[in-house]
Structure formats: structure tokens, C-alpha cells
Design a protein around this ligand. Sequence first.
Ligand SMILES: C[S@@+](CC[C@H](N)C(=O)[O-])C[C@H]1O[C@@H](n2cnc3c(N)ncnc32)[C@H](O)[C@@H]1O
Length: 228
Amino acid sequence: MPNPPSSHFHRRLRGAVAARLNDAFGLGLDDIPAQPAKRGEDLLFLRRWLANPLKVGSVLPSSPALARLVAKNVKVGEDQAVLELGAGTGAVTRALRASGIQNDRLFVVEIDGRMAAFLRKQFASLQVIHGDATNLSQLLPVAWHGRIGTVICGIPMVNLPLSVQKRIVDACFSVLAPDGRLLQFTYLPVSPLPKGRLGLTGKRMGTTILNLPPASVWSYKRVEPEAA
Ligand SMILES: C[S@@+](CC[C@H](N)C(=O)[O-])C[C@H]1O[C@@H](n2cnc3c(N)ncnc32)[C@H](O)[C@@H]1O
């Protein structure tokens, strides 16, 4: 007799959680082999979280399922590039590369020096910028201002005061193309950005329960000024 759908669902969910914990800490769960490279990446992430929990915002990198959901929602034109803020150890970067975005069309910004160094080692020729996203307009080469199709923000914005959120959001829209979008992923069940106070419209593009904890991707645009 086939398993009822809920039991199939629970087995898959348990498998995904076990695989993540196993990969991260080599717990030997469910006979899933731990991957030493992935474990090293997860340990670096955990150490940087211990050093700066509010800035890093999560104990583990995003899961492949969340990274794929982000990559699926990226829009980029022929003469445009993609910008990722708060790239961490490159979980989302990897999915962007796998979705066909080339290194010369991808910029990543990371404030943590050790994570930025890790990214440089992991992704040869990726354009890694070690810096604070609030200074985005000084960090991104001027030739790309106005030519960013999508900004992906992995920074835990909910931990920041409104004034800093505003600086980062304003910096993003100063480099986005007129039809560009800002993507933000979150563990919250509601919009991670206060849309009204930041002058944004936004909608949830999808949710994955195969992340620990479950996460959603939101897409934002600027509220168009009223036509005079
Ligand atoms: C939740 S982690 C996300 C990491 C990675 N994108 C992922 O999905 O696994 C947030 C990352 O944002 C970085 N970060 C926090 N504030 C930042 C800022 N102002 N500018 C650039 N990066 C920042 C942190 O160092 C950390 O690597």
C-alpha cells in the first residue's frame, strides 16, 4: 500500500533536516555521509555567527533549496549584472552560478573579512567586494550603476534600525536599473522590510520548507511617484 502523502512529506522533510545537520556537524544521522568541504564551510559560518550574531543572523548558510528559490526569481537583462549583498560563504552565489549567471555579470558584497576571503578562494574570478553595503555606491564600479537587474539582499535587515535599512535600500535603488528588483530572503512569515516606511511595494515570491528554518523570498520595487 502506498504511503499516505503526509508520511512521504514528513520523511522528505526529516531527510532534508538530517542532511543539513549531518553536513554541518558530522552527526552521523540516517547514514547520510558528511561532506568535509561543506562541513568546513558550515563551521566557518557558525564561528562568524558566534563572533557577530546580529550581522550574520543565522547559524548555518542558506540551504540549496532556498538558494535555488532565490536564483529562480532573478531577472537580468543582456547588458545588466546581478549584485548579491551579504554573500556569506556563497550558498546563494553557487545557485546563481548554477543558473547560468557568469562571474563577469555577478558582484558580491560581504562585510566579514574571513567570509570575503573564503568567497575569493571558492569562486575563482568572482567579483568579491569586501565592504559594507551601506557604502554600495562607492563600492560598485560606476560603469555598473543603473545596470543592475537584480539586487539580492542576504543581510539580516530585520536586525537593523530603520535608518540603516533605509540607507541600504536607497543604495540598492541607486544602482538598480529602472526595471530592476530587490530580492530579500527571510525566516519571517511577513515582509522583512517595512514597505510603507521605506517607500516600497513588495510581494512574496515563494517559500521553501526545505530550509532550516523555513524561508521565503520577497521581491520589492520602489513606489512610483504619482504622475503630476
Ligand atoms: C544570513 S547571512 C547570509 C549569507 C549567505 N547569503 C547565505 O544565504 O547563506 C548574512 C550575511 O550578511 C553579511 N552582512 C551583514 N551586514 C552586512 C553589510 N552591511 N554589508 C555587507 N554584508 C553584510 C554577514 O556578514 C553575513 O555573511
